[in-house]
Design a protein around this ligand. Structure first.
Ligand code: NAD
Length: 410
């Protein structure tokens, strides 16, 4: 079975991860036609004409909207709605829009009976997540939230070992994910502004999700202290954040995020997590457990003979093989590898499996996906919306602690 794809949004995440992953799945005959709609013609042009993606996927193209060849300056924020209306029912819509626009696009796609892959965070409020869950359930549609760190093998290993009792119980953790300074010059300055989002909401949510994914614990309170800074265009954003998440067993996770990792530093970011646990050994003696992940992976060191042209790329670099890379397996073109690809593939496979099943089996399959808890769904990752919503309240009130109420999804 093959389904067609409409991707809404053609910015950084579409370029870095989603479009090449879709092409690879198309190459494997899992997907039919791919359409991408962005808000403006220049954005869609730079995605369509990207040299590396073209080289990796010769013969693969997407239908581009707005039509940048006919009108190179076109701009239409409503265009995706008419494209949704034209899409056959029960295909795949990918939402790769700025955080605060997810809700409207997701609901529109569900009302047109489309399965969804949504980049994280799903939405910014718990009530919206519940609405999405109910709408999808009513129509037997898959909504996969693309928390790609879940498909990193080190997360899956930690999850299995934690659940086998090998670490003991989570007590204290510290995580960080600092994006490079040049992000401030990107389209982020137009939307990741103080009134819409912040460094924790944008990227810290990965580590909150990961701790819940590994331990099965639920967060109960959040406080986020944010430091505002100005983007080059003068907009203000919370570009540095320090969050404290308290969990139902009393454990505490600290998450620091920023758009501040120096452009001159090697690699695309710095990120990782340390967790401390406590439990009882087989001899009955109390013991401490410990886990440390260097998530940017610094095992490779390269020094090139010329400055690479892409932003934030350096002559001395420490590339990670983990998230997303292009490799030559003899062609045609290049293959994409890493958990960024595996995560997209996993969600698309789940959608194809549900769609291929007889109608009567779909509710059971959807329930199994929720219960297995490996693919994030509105039902099984609802705590993320609770944390984001409480985190926004906290940051806007100077960092006070906000308690999370745990209503169970309808
Ligand atoms: N590590 C990660 O998981 C990760 C990394 C980057 C981004 N993201 C998420 O991806 C989403 C998008 O981020 P990005 O980095 O690609 O941002 P971006 O600013 O580079 O791209 C946003 C895209 O949305 C498009 N857009 C805006 N309004 C639109 C409309 N009305 N119709 C059609 N297109 C519209 C813009 O044209 C642009 O192509 C965000 O939710 C972000 O949090 C996740």
């Amino acid at each position: 079975m093959k389904l067609d794809v409409l991707m809404i949004g053609g910015g950084m995440i579409a370029h870095d991860q989603i479009l090449p992953s879709l092409y690879q799945l198309q190459r494997r005959s899992m997907l039919g036609d791919i359409t991408v709609v962005a808000q403006s013609a220049p954005t869609i042009r730079s995605l369509a004409e990207n040299e590396l993606i073209r080289k990796a996927f010769p013969g693969h193209t997407f239908k581009a909207y707005p039509d940048y060849q006919a009108n190179p300056t076109a701009r239409d924020p409503e265009l995706y709605k008419s494209l949704l209306a034209q899409l056959k029912p029960r295909q795949i819509v990918i939402v790769a829009l700025p955080d605060q626009l997810h809700y409207e696009a997701v609901m529109a796609a569900l009302r047109h009976n489309q399965h969804l892959l949504v980049v994280k965070p799903l939405v910014l409020s718990a009530a919206q997540a519940l609405e999405i869950e109910a709408e999808a359930r009513k129509r037997n549609l898959v909504v996969g939230v693309e928390y790609h760190k879940r498909l990193d093998d080190r997360s899956l290993l930690a999850r299995r070992r934690y659940r086998a009792g090998m670490f003991g119980e989570f007590k204290l953790g510290t995580a960080r994910l600092m994006e490079k300074w040049y992000y401030r010059h990107s389209n982020f300055q137009n939307w990741c502004t103080a009134e819409n989002s912040d460094a924790f909401t944008y990227i810290g949510c990965h580590y909150v999700d990961l701790v819940a994914f590994v331990t099965g614990l639920k967060p109960v309170a959040v406080s986020v202290y944010g430091i505002k800074d100005r983007y080059p265009n003068g907009n203000e954003g919370y570009l540095y954040t320090d969050a404290r998440v308290i969990w139902e067993n009393g454990a505490c996770l600290n998450v620091q995020n920023s758009l501040s990792f120096p452009d001159a530093a090697p690699g695309t970011n710095t990120q990782g997590i340390t967790m401390y646990f406590a439990g009882t050994g087989p001899d009955g003696a109390p013991r401490g457990g410990w886990l440390e992940h260097s998530d940017q992976y610094r095992g490779l060191k390269y020094s090139y003979i010329q400055e690479p042209s892409s932003p934030g790329a350096t002559m001395f670099t420490e590339p990670s093989t983990d998230y997303f890379q292009y490799v030559d397996l003899g062609g045609p073109g290049l293959e994409v590898v890493g958990y960024g690809f595996r995560s997209v593939e996993f969600i698309i496979r789940n959608i194809l499996q549900v769609e291929a099943a007889p109608e009567g089996d779909r509710p059971r399959l959807l329930r199994e996906l929720d219960e297995a808890g490996v693919m994030a769904t509105p039902a099984n990752s609802f705590y993320n919306e609770l944390v984001v919503e409480a985190g926004r309240q906290s940051i806007l009130s100077g960092g006070r602690e906000v308690a999370i109420q745990q209503p169970s999804p309808a």
